[in-house]
Design a protein around this ligand. Structure first.
Ligand code: CDP
Length: 228
């Protein structure tokens, strides 16, 4: 019946590269027992497949085809591509850079939208990316724009890569993050930006727990306002 659809709460956390949005989104999802979608992983998966197939970043048709045919399975924190574990592989900077290059194509973004919306299930969803609040889940209950200074983000990415046993160089990471910010912010479609209805959370001097608690507090406020 029209108007009787159940309401599924969605929290979107958008923001620049290495701002910690994935970590915060996962913690918030755990605290609320909600589903979690790492939308950047989808772009990284397309990038990984394209790199494996030797597809040029200018070959839009081939990239859109890869996105449409992606055989991906999210099992908790593990991600499988064609039944093979790729959780660590897609975190390589090479994949992140390629992902940001192919994310500029409108047809490719369009072909990933349904896949992303399918994650919206009871009891709720927490998702992170660049356009979760603006394009994919415009009706989200809470929209957060999470950021931090370039230096702090480079340090966080450095720690993350070293922890995963990958090599990293802080100066290269700072440069890559700045380039990625520019590319993500200046593209014609779904650019990285803080939308008017998103709350700004600068985590430069916040711990993970402090940032998580802030989002949970905002969420409680949004829930209270929704039902009054
Ligand atoms: O972890 P990091 O923030 O570096 O990247 P990510 O969230 O895994 O996303 C990788 C790339 O995919 C980004 O640089 C974006 O260009 C693109 N992306 C996007 O365009 N839209 C999204 N919703 C998520 C990621």
């Amino acid at each position: 019946m029209v108007g009787m659809e159940s309401f599924i709460p969605v929290i979107t956390i958008d923001g620049p590269s290495a701002s910690g949005k994935g970590t915060i989104a996962q913690c918030v999802a755990k605290a609320l027992d909600f589903h979690y979608l790492d939308s950047g992983a989808l772009y990284r998966l397309v990038a990984l497949q394209a790199l494996r197939d030797g597809v040029d970043v200018a070959n839009v048709d081939a990239l859109v085809k890869i996105a449409g045919n992606l055989n991906v399975d999210f099992q908790g924190e593990q991600i499988f591509l064609d039944n093979a574990l790729v959780t660590g592989k897609i975190r390589a900077e090479e994949c992140g850079i390629m992902a940001s290059k192919l994310a500029v194509y409108p047809q490719l973004r369009e072909s990933l939208i349904k896949r992303q919306r399918d994650f919206c299930r009871e009891p709720g969803l927490v998702t992170d990316g660049r356009d979760m609040g603006s394009v994919v889940f415009p009706g989200a209950l809470l929209k957060v724009f999470l950021t931090a200074s370039v230096d702090v983000r480079a340090q966080r990415r450095y720690n993350q890569l070293i922890e995963k046993g990958m090599s990293a160089n802080i100066t290269d990471l700072q440069r890559d993050i700045q380039l990625r910010d520019e590319r993500d912010a200046n593209r014609g479609i779904a650019p990285l930006q803080q939308n008017k209805d998103a709350r700004l959370l600068d985590t430069t001097s916040l711990s993970i727990l402090q940032a998580q608690n802030k989002v949970l507090k905002w969420y409680e406020e949004c829930c209270a306002n929704k039902w009054v």
